[in-house]
Design a protein around this ligand. Structure first.
Ligand SMILES: [Ca+2]
Length: 89
């Protein structure tokens, strides 16, 4: 498996892991999204993640983040954050 394939599989696995924490397995609720970001972006401050999730959920029409919206969110994070956020320490 190539690195990109591995990354896509990992992202999909992460989505499934958190989306299935409640009865709606196809989407991330606000609490599922917040838990995902806290666990998977441990370098971020909790206040930053709370604010980010608040903005995302407020702008979302149904308050549920589906797979397409999750991948769009990940793309936005990659594009908006400085490359140093992704370098290995
Ligand atoms: Ca869910």
């Amino acid at each position: 498996m190539s690195r990109l394939q591995g990354c896509l599989k990992t992202l999909n696995d992460i989505f499934i892991k958190y989306a299935t924490m409640d009865n709606n397995h196809d989407t991330l609720s606000q609490s599922e999204l917040l838990q995902l970001l806290k666990d998977e972006l441990p370098d971020f401050k909790e206040e930053q993640l709370n604010e980010l999730v608040g903005v995302i959920i407020k702008r979302d029409r149904d308050g549920q983040i589906d797979r397409t919206e999750f991948f769009a969110l990940v793309s936005c994070l990659v594009l908006c954050l400085p490359p140093s956020k992704f370098s290995r320490k």
